[in-house]
Design a binder for this molecule. Structure first.
Ligand code: CP
Length: 312
């Protein structure tokens, strides 16, 4: 089993054994971050294009670092600095990039399905770095790596995902990934931000924050994705924070060994109180560090050489 020559578009389509392979490979990549010279020759001669047509700090930067640490040539193309602003279509942009023979195109786009379109049309490996409200597979994989690292296993763990579930590609990818790896998932948030029929994904729905976080191993807090809301779905940020913001007082309902996660960017004082974001329960910066390792693993597995060369 391997991923060479494939694309990474969704967690939904991954086998549990493929997720294990990605997490194990990422774990072996982590050591490179502690070296004085953070560079291995694994992807020498390979070219990775980061095509980010939506804002990003963590994902874009970590894909760039991952590619550079593996010795790939990395090219960043952003929406505002590309010919997209002159009216070029996504497909024309992608085909023009492919004419320059990249081995991998990492794409973030506001439209769900954009990475699928590219995967059908391009020879290069396509990695979805977030498409609309559909999926953000590399985020879920780095989240799973962080949970496995902290808890020692995934099977049998309980997670609560809290906030704007309806517009969250992070929630969707994590639900698929956590369920595939044997975890139990509860989602919680205002009724307007819980998609109808979400139970069909194998999750429970809680209607109060305290109910959701009681007795779980992991609490994943989500940002309100206001850029994807067509209408006002909450009365006000203040009201949202009062009912759904995780404060130290509210955290008392959770287990003593709970992990607090957030994909970032955090809106401090809205979904997460600063004292919780910076508390000993928070693994938010571990998630960010693991993002580099997971993205190195994926670049290596999709476009790299033989398995024995990982981390060489
Ligand atoms: N988690 C995440 O996707 O963060 P960025 O938007 O900064 O990439």
């Amino acid at each position: 089993m391997g991923l060479r020559g494939k694309d990474l578009i969704e967690v939904r389509g991954l086998e549990p054994a493929e997720i294990e392979l990605i997490l194990d490979t990422a774990e072996s990549m982590k050591e490179i971050a502690s070296r004085a010279i953070k560079k291995v020759p694994t992807l020498r001669g390979k070219t990775v294009v980061n095509l980010f047509l939506e804002p990003s700090t963590r994902t874009r930067t970590s894909f760039e670092i991952a590619g550079k640490w593996l010795s790939a040539d990395v090219v960043n193309v952003s929406g505002s600095a590309s010919s997209v602003v002159k009216g070029e279509t996504l497909m024309d942009t992608a085909k023009n990039l492919e004419a320059m023979s990249p081995d991998c195109v990492v794409i973030r786009h506001a439209m769900a399905g954009a990475p699928h379109m590219l995967a059908r049309a391009l020879r290069a490996a396509i990695i979805n770095a977030g498409d609309g409200a559909h999926e953000h597979p590399t985020q879920a994989l780095l989240d799973l790596l962080t949970i496995r690292e902290k808890k020692g296993h995934l099977d049998g763990l309980k997670a609560a995902i809290v906030g704007d579930i309806a517009h969250s590609r992070v929630a969707r990818s994590n639900i698929y990934g956590m369920r595939k790896m044997g975890m139990t998932v509860t989602v919680a948030g205002p009724p307007t931000l819980i998609p109808p029929g979400v139970e069909e994904l194998g999750v429970k729905v809680a209607h109060r924050l305290e109910e959701a976080i009681r007795d779980v191993d992991v609490v994943m807090m989500l940002r309100l994705q206001q850029e994807r809301m067509q209408a006002a779905l909450i009365p006000s940020l203040r009201e949202y924070a009062r009912l759904w913001g995780l404060t130290l007082d509210r955290l008392a309902a959770a287990r003593e060994d709970v992990l607090i996660m957030h994909p970032g960017p955090v809106n401090r004082g809205v979904e997460l109180a600063p004292e919780v974001a910076d508390s000993r329960y928070s693994v938010i910066l571990d998630q960010v560090a693991n993002g580099v390792a997971v993205r190195m693993a994926l670049l290596y597995l999709l476009i790299g050489g033989k398995p024995a060369e990982a981390g060489a």
